[in-house]
Design a protein around this ligand. Sequence first.
Ligand code: MG
Ligand code: ZN
Length: 366
Amino acid sequence: MESKRLRLLFIMLVIIVSGCTNVSNSESGKSADKPKNIILFIGDGMGVPHLQASMTVSSQPLNLERFPYSGLSKTHSADSYITDSGAAGTAIACGVKTNNGMIGVRPDGTPVSSITEIAKRNGLAAGVISTSAITHATPASFVAHNSGRGNYEEIAADFLNGTIDLFIGGGENHFRKRKDSVDLTLKLKEQGFDVVYTMEEMKKSESAKLASLLAKDHMPSVTDGRQGLLADMTRKAIETLGKNKNGFVLMIEGSMIDWAGHENNLEYLIAEMIDLDQAVGAALDFASADGNTLIVVTADHETGGLVLSGGDKSGHKVEAIFASTDHSAVMVPVFSYGPGAERFSGIHDNTFFFGEFIELLGLKKD
Ligand code: MG
Ligand code: ZN
């Protein structure tokens, strides 16, 4: 009797295993080891010590500790051992090294296509989220092309080039209070965008094209009242871009980790880190239920030259020294989850992400 039951169990296992093999070898559609969606998080200025300080201070494990794969990214730009966010954003978004201060262009000023633009041309949906102005260097690298990252009004105009379906962040003034007196939000509406200015309006929107300008310039910091909003913005973006059956590419930036590093303000820094981690948690919850989504978390560079000089794990306390009020040259962490995640372990250059994303999504570049 016992052996009969065992034999039955064995046969059932064989059926299950062979069933799984059939799924992964399926000739129809994409194989199960390739993602349909990619969600990329950039913690601006996030180094390993920033993460460890946050892990120590947090009373619960961070979502960033849930990732099965990790690696390191080299961050230097075309013209400097220490990068800025423009050159690093361009390397991640477009796969090319450029000079500090430039976005979406080569060092000679020639525009290069970003992963979001290429995804859009291939019929996928694309979006960017930032807690700074959406025209700021990191999100702008995925949408705009400009030799000067400070040309915010020109950069805002690039958001109308049909290369993006969704953007959420600050920067309303660059669209509406412009030197040329043009109200770009009117043109966005003509293109079918739902243009909203508050979290409440944003949550109610059912449009597949969404421009959410939540601050005149930058959004407030977590300690000034932004607590938890990035996770809500992330959930809304996933819901909106998920309407496209071909899949989507979404970049989400935690902008102010960098600013806290420049200020050498550890409390500000940890608050921004934990807030980004909550947004990562929202994406992980979606990806684990969905099964077709690759999540990659990285930074553009480290900021502050942060050193953990002491601490108390059980007391959730950390002591830190900042060696710099600027960026440093150290490698930054990479975490990945989902189909294709194993590719991102090891040490890579920051231009590496782009080619992997293109290949994993099966996109045509031209
Ligand atoms: Mg940034
Ligand atoms: Zn910075």
